[in-house]
Design a protein. Structure first.
Length: 293
């Protein structure tokens, strides 16, 4: 691994004209197997490194072969500065996660930042709630999602919601809140990002869920689950050691990726929340480069 550089590099880089590196770089990883992506990385995976050294971490991401990233914050930089940092690293932000309350309170401002960053997809990964997430909460969130989605579409972007596990706990009458979220939202304005780990954790079958809602899934988080990790857990959380490099655990990725490709998902991102992302991300890439359906 190339050592991360000093954050002073970023300050110097931002004084220079933007290079053409981002435009000249290949669009995505060169995947040699049956899975063709496009494959990017959720920068949350390297959040600890980003907090210390933005340019050095982005350079490392580029060195792994990535050209697309999904954002989860800008690490103290403004939208314009972070866009410049990405451009200088030869990376393009195609998607971003934002805080639910930020969208609720400052929708236009958040969308302005998203446009500056150049993303096509903007979504949330957590619905604030107390206690068990229930159908009533899902209906309220769905109404907000419709508002967010309509506003995003008017700006030429696509809103989405990222699954996190708690949405699949059935209510007393058997209603599953995730079903409410999907069925009560506009199919054009609101799409979904399947986090395969957080779908598997509550006991869902990712292949069946993809097939149940064709046309609603647009993005995917690709991450591995350690063999023996309990499922039917609706907490939205997991132990730090429950995740492993993609292809090393109990998730059947060839079947999932085959189904996702048939259904036309647009973007895939490795999200690594293991205890060693720098060591595990290259292993995940090698698996996905050669995966066979």
């Amino acid at each position: 691994m190339k050592p991360f550089g000093s954050s002073l590099v970023l300050a110097a880089a931002l004084l220079l004209p933007l290079t053409s590196l981002a435009q000249a770089a290949p669009h995505t990883l060169a995947l040699k197997g049956d899975f063709h992506g496009p494959l990017g990385i959720q920068l949350w995976s390297v959040r600890n490194q980003m907090a210390k050294d933005v340019p050095g971490t982005l350079a490392w991401v580029h060195d792994q072969g990535f050209r697309e990233v999904e954002l989860a914050g800008t690490y103290g930089l403004g939208a314009e500065q972070f866009r410049q940092a990405l451009d200088h690293a030869g990376l393009r932000a195609t998607s971003m996660h934002v805080d639910y309350d930020a969208l609720s309170d400052s929708l236009d401002k958040v969308l302005d930042h998203a446009r500056t960053l150049g993303v096509q997809y903007i979504g949330v990964a957590w619905i604030p709630h107390q206690g068990q997430f229930n159908p009533e909460m899902a209906r309220k969130a769905a109404a907000d999602f419709n508002r967010f989605g309509k506003a995003a579409h008017q700006r030429g972007m696509q809103f989405f919601y990222h699954t996190h596990g708690y949405e699949f706990q059935p209510a007393a009458d058997g209603t599953i809140p995730f079903d409410v979220l999907v069925r009560a939202t506009d199919p054009q304005d609101v799409k979904y990002e399947m986090d395969v780990f957080w779908v598997t954790r509550p006991g869902q079958n990712p292949v069946a869920l993809l097939q149940e809602y064709p046309g609603r899934w647009m993005l995917m988080h690709v991450k591995g689950m350690k063999k023996g990790t309990p499922t039917h857990d609706f907490s939205g959380g997991a132990p730090a050691d429950a995740e492993v490099a993609v292809g090393q655990g109990q998730i059947d990725y060839p079947a999932i990726l085959r189904t996702a490709a048939k259904l036309g998902l647009k973007e895939y991102y490795i999200e690594d929340e293991t205890t060693d992302p720098i060591g595990n991300i290259p292993q995940s890439i090698r698996f996905l480069e050669t995966v066979r359906f």
